[in-house]
Structures are given as structure tokens and as C-alpha cells.
Design a protein around this ligand. Structure first.
Ligand SMILES: [Fe+2]
Length: 390
């Protein structure tokens, strides 16, 4: 038996942002007052103006909470929740990358429930509806093609007590509407385009190879990988290539749709451990951990990894399935090389004496059990050692 849930409505394509006011109207709010949750980068880049225009045209009242930071913390989300309560907005709009959308999810819930978001850290998969009161209706607008948060029931929250990233999972967090407009990504610099695009690719790859995979997730993940692989180099090389930007946005949304229903693997377990402790960009941690994790994993599901080799453009004729699967590691290294991603975990500030601690944190991730190959503490230590001494 499979369960597969999805966000109710996606409005996708160039200029989709112009429908934001109408989508708020469709929520039938009494006072038509919303809270926008975003970050200073979105405010500065002028993206916010593109969102405010359709709201103003429909006469929607709004306030802005722009305190979201990368790897957002419980403290920021609690503060946003208090602000939502104070201004008494009836709905939330999250605009930005994963940090803003994940914050908007938590704020829409905390703003109408008791306590701190910290009190919900343990709810992963344990309670379908941890929040007593239904969160405020949520509309999200991604400004990167990466996180897929617009489609998922996850909010990744950094616990300020432990510096560990927590994945809080509940379909109560699911947006009602996702507005995915590739034109909002046009001004993203190449480095961010590459790193966020690799994050999207990892969502699809880990969903496709997960022990938890299912046919509904597979369909989304497979096509997501195809779109991302065929367009990420083009979007990196020419950010104004609208066709490539559009395909990247659709790819990341489909990848999010898959991984919203399938638990992922060790790329996310390791990357989130590193990102939480060293405040490293999520997409970059994904890129750095990806080839080493694939090297570890491909023997667990050679058929799937051989598919990935072919999606990455390699000819597997005449190769055994295992050799075809092994080739996926080289193919992904070539992709990262073309995208000029050369960082390693030392450059992110990781210290040798913290490798054991990171291994323990990765082991505690909700994604350890769904990884295609069994992974124990010693395996994580060896993987981190390879990443450190590469
Ligand atoms: Fe991710």
C-alpha cells in the first residue's frame, strides 16, 4: 500500500507571480490581510516588488517579516509566529528559497498555536497533526530552483540549543498553493544556480533510490532528474536562458513532490549534519557529499543507479548493470566539475576533531534508515574521513 499526498494547486511558468493576488482572493479571507515571510536578499533583489504588485492590484493588505536567515533557527520562527499573532494576519505567503518557505510553514503554525516550534521537533512521522489549531493558509513562491520546499511537508529548522538541523514533518505544513515562476530566478548568480540545482537533483536521486521509494515518487523523481540534468549546465552558463530556467523550476518542483512523500538518504543526512553545525549552504553540502555517497550506495540498487548513469548522458551499452551503475559516480563528478563546484568540507570550516560528532548526528537523521545501503556509525565515520581527506 502506498500513501502519496501533494500540494493542492501549482501555478507554474513565466509570469505566474502575477496570479498571486487572485490566489489570495481565492482563499476568501475576511479582512484580506496576509503576512509575507521572506529574507533580506529577496527584499534587496527587487523580487519582492514583483510579488507586491499583484497583491496591491487586488487590494490585499500585507505586512512583511523579512528576518529569515540561511539555515533558519527556532528563534527566528518563533519570532515570526509572534509577529503573525500580533498583526492578526489571516494567511501567510512565503517568498524565497527553502529557508523562507520552511520558515513560513513553521510561522503559519506557531502563529496560531501555543508554545515554541521547539516543542514540535520530535513529531517526525509520529503524529499526522501535531498542531492543535490548523496553521494559517499558506501560499509559497520559490525564488530558486532547488529546495522543492513548495511541495513538501517538511520544515528544516536549526535547533539553537544543539546546532542540529531538525526535519519537522507534517502535512499540516503543506502549502495550499505553490506559485513557481522561473522569471524570479533569472538574476540568481551562477554559483547559487549550480548549488541549488544540485540540491534539486539530489532530492530526485535520493527519492528514486530510497528504500522508501514508491511508483508515484519514482515517476516524479525520474522526470525531475531528466529535466535538471538536461538544463542545469545551460542555466549555469546563461542565467537568462528562460527555457533552461523554466525546466529547472519544473524539475525542482517535481523533485520536491517526490521527496515530500519519500524519505531520502545519506547525502541529506551528512549534508544537514555539516550544514547545521557549520552554517554551510545546503546546496553546497549536497554537492560535496553527493559523489562519495553514490560511491557508497550504488551496489545496493544497481538498476536504479544505472538509470541515473543514462540520465546523466552516459552510454551504458555493453556494460554490466553494476558497471553501468558505477559509472554514475564519474558522470556526477563531471557534472560538478562543469559547474565549477570544487569546495570540500575543510573549506566549509569542518574540523578533523568534529568528524565523529558529525557521524553521530548523521546517524540520528531521519534519512539514515531510508538510505538504499545499510549505514552504521563506522560507515558514516569512514565517509566523513573520505570527504575530509579527499
Ligand atoms: Fe535538500
Amino acid at each position: 500500500m502506498y500513501n502519496f499526498s501533494a500540494v493542492r494547486k501549482i501555478v507554474a511558468g513565466p509570469e505566474a507571480i502575477n496570479s498571486l493576488g487572485k490566489e489570495v482572493k481565492n482563499l476568501h479571507l475576511k479582512k484580506e490581510k496576509v503576512l509575507i515571510v521572506t529574507d533580506k536578499g529577496v527584499m534587496k533583489a527587487g523580487v519582492i516588488d514583483k510579488a507586491l504588485k499583484p497583491l496591491k492590484e487586488e487590494g490585499i493588505k500585507f505586512e512583511i517579516f523579512d528576518e529569515v536567515e540561511p539555515n533558519p533557527t527556532d528563534i527566528i520562527m518563533d519570532r515570526g509566529g509572534q509577529y503573525l499573532r500580533k498583526i492578526n494576519a489571516e494567511a501567510v505567503i512565503g517568498i524565497g528559497g527553502g529557508s523562507s518557505m520552511d520558515s513560513a510553514k513553521a510561522i503559519s503554525a506557531i502563529g496560531c498555536n501555543k508554545g515554541s516550534v521547539k516543542e514540535y521537533f520530535s513529531y517526525l512521522n509520529l503524529s499526522p497533526e501535531p498542531f492543535e489549531n490548523q496553521p494559517k493558509p499558506l501560499i509559497v513562491v520559490p525564488t530558486t530552483s532547488g529546495t522543492g520546499s513548495e511541495m513538501t511537508p517538511f520544515s528544516v529548522i536549526t535547533d539553537t540549543k544543539t546546532n542540529i538541523k531538525r526535519d519537522v514533518f507534517t502535512w499540516q505544513f503543506a502549502p495550499l498553493v505553490a506559485i513557481t515562476d522561473p522569471l524570479l530566478t533569472i538574476s540568481l548568480p551562477p554559483k547559487i544556480t549550480a548549488e541549488t540545482g544540485i540540491d534539486a537533483f539530489v532530492h530526485a536521486l535520493e527519492a528514486y533510490t530510497s528504500r522508501d521509494s514508491n511508483p508515484f515518487g519514482d515517476a516524479n523523481a525520474y522526470y525531475a532528474m531528466k529535466l535538471i540534468v538536461n538544463n542545469i549546465r545551460k542555466a549555469y552558463a546563461d542565467g537568462k536562458n528562460i527555457e533552461a530556467r523554466t525546466n529547472m523550476m519544473i524539475g525542482s518542483t517535481l523533485a520536491g513532490k517526490a521527496c515530500g512523500n519519500v524519505l531520502l538518504g545519506i547525502v541529506h543526512a551528512l549534508g544537514e549534519a555539516i550544514g547545521g553545525r557549520y552554517n554551510a549552504p545546503h546546496g553546497l553540502t549536497m554537492a560535496v557529499c553527493l559523489p562519495f555517497s553514490m560511491e557508497y550506495n550504488f551496489i545496493a540498487n544497481p538498476d536504479r543507479f544505472a538509470d541515473i548513469t543514462r540520465l546523466l548522458g552516459k552510454n551504458t551499452n555493453g556494460l554490466s548493470t553494476v558497471d553501468a551503475a558505477r559509472l554514475s559516480v564519474d558522470a556526477v563528478r563531471e557534472l560538478l566539475n562543469d559547474l565549477d563546484i570544487k569546495e570540500d568540507i575543510k573549506l566549509m570550516g569542518v574540523k578533523e576533531d568534529s568528524l565523529s560528532l558529525l557521524a553521530e548526528e548523521a546517524l540520528g537523521s531521519c534519512f539514515t534508515d531510508s538510505n538504499p545501503r545499510s549505514v552504521k556509525l563506522e560507515d558514516y565515520k569512514q565517509l566523513l574521513s573520505k570527504l575530509y581527506f579527499r
